[in-house]
Design a protein around this ligand. Structure first.
Ligand SMILES: Cc1ncc(COP(=O)(O)O)c(C=O)c1O
Length: 458
């Protein structure tokens, strides 16, 4: 069927309730490989977002696809109430890694998507804190769009039509230095933000703490170590260690959402490892299976998830711990152990960041660039380098998807994603296997889309 007919059917038969129609007309792709998506004309689009960081190890990764094929031939399906070896191996790999890093015993629970794993984590922390249902979370935080997850996700937009289900989190400012820390170094700003949070516990009249009972009304603080949808905002290096001290003093659990930043996006298995704190719960998803299967899950400390406190039946989903997903997850964990991903990602990230800084020198509209490993950002602004310019970045995305860029006579496209509080941040999550030549190509194509977008809107 040709593309025009497909789009007509889509407009007639598909719900518009997902995110497809954020871009008009929606884009159809036919094939993928490595860092590229291909459309029906055979045009290659360099993907700098990799399915919001679900495909960290490149499209159609042979090794991971083979793991799935092997499982397909052996035990492709089995009800989640029974066991199969890859579920146990994967849980062990994740729990042993946590034990080695944090000296913390724990267990793993799987589910079928990031939002569902967040829901499970909400059950865990509510249960562990005597049914307390209130959470802290960050302004700019994103934890998914099921009803419970959207209650702790800051955007009202995701809740507006649906009323309340569960308690809306108390949203705390994230230490977003570029937009908040004028006159302060990053570290000073990190300290300042923790102090502001700490003030909530100064007296009972701030509404979160009963000093006589020595008890907070809040069960947990949900954090992304590096904000994802919020625009790949990287916090000051001192922030989380200080925050954790405050949480520990007040009996509040730290839940780290690694769904987008996990699996070496930032150069470590978990982004929180950069900040020297031990989480109570880690929630993961996306790149665990390199996008081949919607498997997600959580790791939690034994005291929160041991069988006496989280007994059989506490959670379940038909497809949780499905064998195709866990088989790929096991292979992902093996692959991560066999190569020095930390050094690889750090080196590629440095190359990428340096190129973005050069582009920033040529384009005053790039207000801020930053990066941690291969999670990078370019904040697109007016010529003052500060006022957010959503329109310009929107045009850049359209130009990239037109497939009309190029080197000489070869036509190419560019896949960019936009995030940020003002929807003006290009969030870069390229394949961790991206080559140096592809990084150089990214700079050329990014320069082209920005130059053309500025011309179009002049
Ligand atoms: C940080 C974070 N948490 C949770 C989610 C929700 O995961 P899912 O879309 O798999 O439900 C996402 C998805 O983008 C995310 O980036």
């Amino acid at each position: 069927m040709n593309e025009r007919a497909l789009l007509a059917d889509e407009a007639r038969f598909c719900s518009f309730g997902d995110t497809v129609h954020y871009v008009e007309p929606p884009k159809i792709f036919e094939r993928c490989s490595g860092s590229y998506l291909f459309d029906s004309r055979g045009i290659a689009y360099l993907d700098l977002q990799m399915w919001y960081s679900a495909v960290n190890f490149g499209y159609a990764n042979q090794r991971l696809a083979d793991a799935m094929r092997r499982q397909l031939d052996m035990l492709p399906q089995v009800a989640s109430q029974y066991l199969h070896s890859t579920k146990i191996e994967l849980a062990r790999a994740i729990a042993e890694d946590a034990l080695a890093k944090w000296d913390a015993k724990g267990r793993v629970q799987f589910n079928v998507g990031g939002s569902q794993a967040i829901e499970d984590s909400l059950k865990l922390v509510r249960n562990a804190r005597g049914g307390k249902s209130l959470m802290f979370a960050f302004e700019g935080g994103y934890h998914g769009r099921t009803l419970g997850a959207s209650a702790i996700t800051s955007s009202y937009r995701y809740r507006r039509r649906f009323g309340h289900f569960g308690d809306r989190a108390h949203f705390v400012p994230f230490p977003y230095h570029f937009r908040g820390g004028a006159g302060m170094t990053k570290e000073q700003y990190g300290e300042h933000c923790v102090r502001q949070f700490e003030r909530l516990f100064e007296s009972e009249y701030q509404g979160v703490w009963d000093a006589r009972a020595n008890e907070s009304e809040y069960a947990a603080f949900y954090v992304e170590a590096v904000q994802g949808t919020g625009g790949y905002v990287i916090p000051p290096p001192n922030y989380f260690a200080r925050l954790k001290e405050v949480l520990d003093r007040h009996g509040i659990l730290l839940v780290v959402d690694e769904i987008q930043m996990g699996f070496f996006r930032t150069g470590k298995l978990w982004a929180i490892e950069h900040f020297g704190v031990t989480p109570d719960v880690v929630v993961f998803g996306k790149a665990l299976t390199n996008g081949l299967n919607p498997l997600a899950g959580l790791w939690a400390k034994e005291s929160l998830i041991g069988p006496t406190v989280f007994p059989p039946g506490s959670t379940h989903s038909t497809f949780a711990s499905n064998p195709l997903g866990t088989a790929v997850g096991v292979e992902t964990m093996k692959m991560l152990r066999e190569s020095d991903y930390a050094s690889i990602v750090e080196a590629k990230g440095a190359h990428f960041l340096q190129g973005l800084r050069e582009l920033q020198r040529r384009h005053p509209e790039i207000g801020d660039v930053d990066g941690l490993g291969l999670a990078l950002r370019a904040e697109i602004c007016e010529r003052d380098g500060f006022t957010p310019n959503k329109k310009l970045v929107g045009r850049m995305v359209e130009i990239g998807l037109s497939g009309d860029l190029g080197l000489g006579s070869e036509k190419l496209g560019l896949v960019l994603d936009v995030g940020g509080y003002h929807k003006n941040v290009v969030t870069f999550a390229p394949s961790l296997h991206i080559t140096a030549d592809e990084i150089e190509l990214a700079f050329v194509l990014f320069d082209q889309v920005l130059t053309r977008a500025k011309r179009d809107l002049a």
